[in-house]
Design a protein around this ligand. Structure first.
Ligand code: SAH
Length: 372
C-alpha cells in the first residue's frame, strides 16, 4: 500500500512578487498568473481561489491543492471612541500580537508588529517587559494589513483606502527580523499589492546599526529612530542596545541611509518624554547638537504609563516647553497625540500575550512583587 504524505500547503499571503513568480514558474505557470493572484489577494482581499474569476478552473483546482491564503486569526477587535481600531491576532504557538489603525482625516495609519514580544528591553516600554517569543513570518506581518482592511466590510476598494500609511511601531524590533520585515515592506509597497508609497511606510528602529546599513540594499522606505536620549550615558539606561551601537555611530548610519535614497527625505526622531528623566532644557540643548547635520523631524511621545514602570508622564506644559526649545533650535517638532488609549492602543501599551522564552517577564513580575 502506498502512503500519501501531505506536504503543508504554501501560504501565498506573504510572498513578494519575485518569490511568487518563482513559485509559479516552479509549478509550470506563467509569471502573469502570479501577478493576477497577487491582485486578488492584496487588492481585493480574496482568500478563496474559487473567487479568482480570471483564472482557469484547472489552475484554481491546482492552487487549492498546494496553496492557501491564510491570515492570522483575529481573536479580538475593538473600536475606540476616536475611531482607532485595535486587533489582537493569535499566532500559531499560542502567543498574540497587536495591530492598531489610526484614522486621521483622509489618512489611515496602520501600526504593525514585527515580533512576538521584543528582545531589546527598553526601560520604559511595556512590550519589552513581556519578554520575547519569536519573529513573525512575512505572512504574519502582511496578514495584519490584510485583516485590517478586511474589517471594513463592504467598502469599494477602488474608491476607499482605509490604510494609506504603515508604521512598524507595534510590538518588536523590526530590524532584528530583517528578512521577513523587508519582504513585508516590499509587498506593502508593491502596486500590485497595497501600493503604500515609500514616504508613507516607515520602519522604526531602536538603532540596530548593521541592519540600517543593509536596508538601503533592499528598500527605500522611510525610517524612524527611537532615540529617547541625547547622550550615551542616559541612552544606555533607557535603550540598552545603545551600548552596542552608540549615538554617533547610529547618527552616521542614518545619514548614510538618507543620502542613499533617490529623493530628499527626513528621518523621524522619536523621543518619549519621561518626566524628570530626559525632558530638561539641557536635554533639549544636547539633542539639538546631536542631530546637527541629520535631515530629520522630531516626534515627541509623552510617556504612556503602565503599572510599576517607575516613570511618569510630563505635564502638558512641560511637553509644550520641550517642544518649544526644539522648535527654537530649528527642528520641526510634533507631539504625538495619544490615540486609542481607552482601548489600550497607545504607544508602549501593545502587549499582546507573549509566551516568553526569555526569563525577562518573570524577572519583571518578581521585581514588581518586591517593590509592592
Ligand atoms: N522597536 C522599534 C519599534 C517600536 S516603536 C523601535 O524601538 O523603534 C514603538 C515606539 O513607542 C518606540 O519609539 C518606543 O520607544 C515608544 N514607546 C515604547 N513604550 C512607550 C511608552 N510607554 N510610552 C511612550 N512611548 C513608548
Amino acid at each position: 500500500m502506498t502512503e500519501v504524505t501531505s506536504t503543508p500547503r504554501k501560504n501565498l499571503l506573504g510572498m513578494p512578487k519575485a518569490k511568487l513568480e518563482a513559485f509559479f514558474a516552479e509549478i509550470g505557470e506563467k509569471p502573469f498568473r502570479a501577478k493576477q493572484v497577487m491582485q486578488w489577494i492584496h487588492q481585493y482581499g480574496v482568500s478563496d481561489f474559487d473567487e479568482m474569476t480570471n483564472i482557469s478552473k484547472s489552475l484554481r483546482t491546482k492552487l487549492k491543492e498546494i496553496c492557501e491564503i491564510t491570515p492570522p486569526e483575529v481573536t479580538y477587535q475593538n473600536i475606540s471612541a476616536d475611531g482607532t481600531r485595535k486587533w489582537v491576532m493569535r499566532m500559531p504557538g499560542g502567543s498574540s500580537i497587536e495591530t492598531v489603525l489610526i484614522p486621521e482625516g483622509n489618512r489611515g495609519t496602520l501600526c504593525v508588529s514585527s515580533q512576538i514580544g521584543c528582545a531589546l528591553d527598553c526601560s520604559f516600554c511595556s512590550t519589552g517587559k513581556q519578554g520575547f517569543n519569536r519573529n513573525l513570518s512575512t505572512e504574519e506581518i502582511v496578514g495584519q494589513i490584510f485583516n485590517a482592511i478586511a474589517s471594513f466590510e463592504g467598502i469599494d476598494r477602488n474608491k476607499e483606502r482605509p490604510v494609506t500609511n504603515v508604521v512598524f511601531m507595534g510590538m518588536g524590533e523590526p530590524l532584528l527580523n530583517f528578512d521577513n520585515v523587508m519582504d513585508a515592506v516590499n509587498l506593502m509597497m508593491d502596486d500590485l499589492a497595497y501600493g503604500i508609497s515609500k514616504r508613507r511606510l516607515t520602519v522604526s528602529t531602536a538603532g540596530v546599526v548593521p541592519a540600517i546599513d543593509k536596508m538601503s540594499e533592499v528598500t527605500d522606505a522611510s525610517i524612524a529612530i527611537s532615540l529617547h536620549a541625547p547622550n550615551d550615558e542616559l541612552r544606555n539606561e533607557l535603550v540598552p542596545v545603545n551600548k552596542k551601537y552608540p549615538i554617533d555611530v547610529l547618527m552616521t548610519s542614518v545619514k548614510n541611509y538618507l543620502s542613499g535614497l533617490p529623493d530628499k527625505r527626513k528621518a523621524t526622531i522619536e523621543y518619549t518624554l519621561l518626566a524628570g528623566v530626559n525632558d530638561r532644557k539641557e536635554h533639549a540643548q544636547q539633542l539639538i547638537e546631536v542631530l546637527k547635520g541629520l535631515p530629520c523631524k522630531i516626534n515627541l511621545i509623552p510617556f504612556n504609563p503602565f503599572p510599576h514602570s517607575g516613570y511618569k508622564k510630563p505635564s502638558n506644559n512641560e511637553v509644550r516647553r520641550f517642544q518649544e526649545w526644539l522648535t527654537e533650535g530649528g527642528y520641526i517638532t510634533t507631539v504625538r497625540t495619544t490615540r486609542g488609549d481607552d482601548i489600550d492602543a497607545a504607544c508602549g501599551q501593545l502587549v499582546g500575550r507573549v509566551d516568553d522564552r526569555t526569563k525577562r517577564s518573570e524577572r519583571y513580575i518578581n521585581m514588581r512583587q518586591v517593590n509592592e
